[in-house]
Each structure stands twice: as C-alpha cells, then as structure tokens.
Write a protein that binds this ligand. Structure first.
Ligand SMILES: C[S@@+](CC[C@H](N)C(=O)[O-])C[C@H]1O[C@@H](n2cnc3c(N)ncnc32)[C@H](O)[C@@H]1O
Length: 190
C-alpha cells in the first residue's frame, strides 16, 4: 500500500528543494564500508550522491515501478555501479534485506506514512549494531513550497520518539543549513 501523500512532482521541481550531497554528508552517510538501504527512493535524488560517497551497495526501494526505473537509469547515467533499485512495497513487505546486514538506512521524506514506527523497526532489524538511520523531513514551523499536510507532517522530536520506540538510540538533531525547508535527525542501532 502506498503511503499517504507520498506522490512526487516533476523531478526538476523536486530536486530544486535540496542540496542532496550536503544532506547525506551532514547525516554521516558517506565513507561507509558496508551497504545502505533507502526506503522510498523516488527519483534517486539522494541515492545518487550516497552511491558516489560510499563503497557498498545502495539498495534503493520504491513502490512505484516508474520511479525505480528512473532511479536505476539515473544511477547508470551517473556512472555508478553500486545501486540496486528495486520495486517493493516497503510498508507491507519490508525492505527484504537480511537481519543485521546494513550500515545505514535512509528515511528521507517518508515518515509521514500511516505507521512510521513499523518502518523504523524494519530499519532497526536490518542494521548492524552501531548502524545508523538518517531521517529528514519538511519543517512544520515555516511555510514550505511542498510536503505533506501539516497535520501529518512529523517533527524531528516525534521521529526521535518513534525511533526510540522502535529500539533505536538518539544520536543528534542535524541542522540542514544547506536545505532550509528541512530538518535532519540521526539515530543508531545500539
Ligand atoms: C515524498 S517521496 C520521497 C522520495 C525520496 N526519499 C526523496 O526524498 O527524494 C516518498 C516516496 O515513497 C514512496 N513510497 C510510498 N509508499 C511506499 C511503499 N509502501 N513502499 C515503497 N515506497 C513507497 C513513494 O512512491 C515516493 O517515491
């Protein structure tokens, strides 16, 4: 089942909102030795810089087949061979990776779904001990040009408490000076 309010606008418009390389670096998603999963990858806006900045495989998952194809072809166009893009319902079926197998889980602009804690539990399941979870979302305290309705738009503090309910440990809130409409949060699997 597709998460509520998770449709995407045109790629150029969507990508005008972010400095993706800056965001992934600020959230410590670079120079990792192992593999990474991205829950709901969209066009691969964050997949591509992540794959550039890491040695391992980036598993880029999305329910929309067209977006998955686009993310895969964007990775090929960027000369990257470490992206595995897969069409998958992550809310119904999880991410399909083995327990304790990954270094990092990306939850970018996705935690407004109906059951965020189960997604965070799935991230916890697949991470190695000390594996990290990076979360970003649209701010609710200012007007933004895009993003889910304010009543379902989570704050960083809400996501932190959902992450803790899923067994993750708070690392820090990250100010995303390179992207003024978003907040960032880093958590880890103990
Ligand atoms: C708002 S977009 C964010 C895309 C990407 N993370 C980014 O920030 O550029 C949310 C994405 O989650 C995907 N999505 C929604 N429900 C899903 C599900 N059940 N399984 C997999 N992907 C899903 C949507 O298709 C969409 O591409």
């Amino acid at each position: 089942m597709k998460g509520r309010e998770s449709g995407m606008p045109d790629r150029d418009y969507w990508e005008s909102f972010f400095n993706p390389s800056c965001i992934v670096e600020r959230l410590e998603c670079s120079g990792l030795p192992g593999d990474i999963v991205e829950f709901g990858c969209g066009y691969g806006t964050f997949t591509i810089p992540t794959a550039r900045l890491n040695f391992g495989t980036v598993y880029a998952l999305d329910i929309e087949k067209e977006l998955v194809s686009e993310a895969a072809s964007n990775a090929v166009d960027a000369g990257l061979r470490n992206v595995v893009a897969e069409s998958r319902d992550i809310l119904a079926d999880g991410c399909g990776r083995p327990d304790g197998s990954l270094d990092y889980a990306m939850l970018f602009n996705i935690l407004h779904v109906e059951n965020p804690i189960s997604l965070l539990r799935e991230a916890h399941r697949v991470l190695k001990p000390n594996g990290m979870v990076g979360i970003i979302h649209w701010r609710r305290d200012i007007p933004t040009p895009r993003g889910p309705s304010p009543d379902i738009r989570p704050t960083a503090e809400e996501c932190r408490s959902w992450g803790e309910a899923a067994g993750l440990q708070f690392v820090r809130y990250e100010s995303l000076c390179c992207c003024s409409w978003h907040w960032g949060l880093l958590m880890r699997r103990p």
